[in-house]
Design a binder for this molecule. Structure first.
Ligand SMILES: [Zn+2]
Length: 110
């Protein structure tokens, strides 16, 4: 099959987490398509978003990993459309969106 005949993957998750904390504060969720934090303006996920996500998903580490991977996909698509000549490197995007999340098993067992 030729790659341009492949269908587009469906959209990723809606970036509506972490929930606002305190309840009436501006949530540390991403503003699309720039993927900066709507509360503090830093690149998303900002330090507060990471802290709140880790707390919110404390009992659902797999859910957090899936959510982050979905947003990694969405952000990569947005940022490459927004600035195709100067978008972040894929490794930087992975580090920003996925690598800080739930830890995986080490490659080598100690
Ligand atoms: Zn923030």
């Amino acid at each position: 099959m030729i790659s341009h005949q492949l269908g587009q993957p469906p959209d990723g998750p809606t970036p509506d987490r972490p929930r606002p904390y305190p309840l009436h504060a501006t949530p540390h969720t991403p503003l699309r398509p720039m993927w900066c934090c709507r509360a503090c303006g830093r690149p998303w996920p900002c330090p507060m978003a990471r802290l709140l996500l880790k707390t919110e998903y404390e009992d659902n580490q797999i859910g957090l990993a899936i959510y982050l991977c979905g947003l990694f996909y969405e952000a990569t698509r947005d940022l490459y459309r927004l600035n195709p000549d100067d978008a972040p490197a894929p490794a930087d995007m992975f580090a920003r969106f996925v690598a800080w999340g739930p830890h995986r098993r080490p490659i080598i067992r100690g």
